[in-house]
Ligand binder design. Structure first.
Ligand code: 15L
Length: 272
């Protein structure tokens, strides 16, 4: 029975996956800076600060596979992103190597490619175009993952997660919605599929308005069941409450693109 470690267990994704993963991976170890308040008696927990290598190594001991959802999960000031995602991301892969972990599933983000316009359908082979310091940290994590796959033989899957949840929250999220069940499928591909070396997959359900070519995930057996369109009215009603954002409404990364924007839209990736 493989021992699977999930970082970020107290965060939004971790909280949901804590409930879904134990039937699939009974030997699940959770980690975060602090234990979730509702930690069950049957749940195993190891506290770790990702920025502290010794703690990260101790967390990885005896582990076969890692689901790395820990870190700073939105745009923010540089220092916490540096500590949690840049130093923390490196520590995670390096500790995994030292401890003989076989597989890592890294929670990347759509914000690693957020400055592609929405009309531009992109695959996983495009140049990264981060829309934020947070997006840069995700592109960094993908690069470290590629290094550890190629140089050290770690089996690495990066999931560029769209928007995780029970319902798409607005018009943009109709294109990038991801249900918890579909994320579990992608995690299982990363932890179990025999063909994994280094993969980047999009974390999106079966969304009619998707901007992403996710054929690699489908080739690996992904069969999403979530459909953003089932919640279309809800998403449009929520969108109607938002102010227009000329930059954010144009690019895939949405409001992360509009924040602090002082660039020239006509020069960001060729327009069709
Ligand atoms: C992300 O990467 C964030 O973690 C999440 O909070 C959302 O902002 C999501 O992207 C999104 O793009 O909707």
């Amino acid at each position: 029975m493989p021992r699977i470690l999930m970082t970020g267990a107290a965060g939004g994704i971790g909280t949901s996956l804590r409930k879904l993963l134990p039937p699939i991976y009974p030997d699940l170890v959770l980690s975060d800076l602090k234990a979730p308040g509702d930690l069950g008696r049957d749940e195993k927990f190891k506290a770790a600060d990702l920025a502290d290598m010794a703690q990260v190594e101790a967390m990885c001991e005896g582990v076969d596979g890692i689901l790395h959802f820990g870190g700073y999960s939105v745009e923010g000031p540089w220092d916490p992103i540096l500590q949690s995602n840049i130093i923390g991301g490196y520590n995670l892969f390096e500790a995994a190597r030292k401890q003989g972990v076989k597989r890592v599933v890294f929670a990347s983000s759509n914000h690693a490619v957020g400055f592609y316009p929405r009309y531009h359908r992109i695959g996983t082979d495009v140049t990264t175009r981060p829309d934020s310091r947070y997006g840069v940290s995700k592109a960094f994590g993908e690069a470290v993952g590629a290094l550890y796959a190629d140089k050290y033989g770690l089996k690495v899957t990066c999931i560029r997660i769209g928007n995780f949840g029970e319902k798409p929250l607005d018009h943009r999220r109709l294109s990038i919605f991801l249900t918890p069940e579909d994320l579990v499928q992608l995690c299982r591909i990363g932890l179990e599929h025999p063909a994994i070396h280094f993969e980047i997959l999009y974390g999106a359900s079966d969304n009619e308005r998707s901007w992403w070519d996710n054929h690699r995930a489908y080739d690996l057996g992904y069969r999403p069941t979530g459909k953003a369109e089932d919640f279309r009215e809800h998403a449009f009603a929520e969108q109607a409450k938002l102010k227009p954002d000329p930059v954010g409404d144009f690019y895939q990364g949405g409001s992360f693109c509009g924040m602090e924007f002082a660039g020239d839209m006509s020069r960001i990736i060729e327009k069709k």
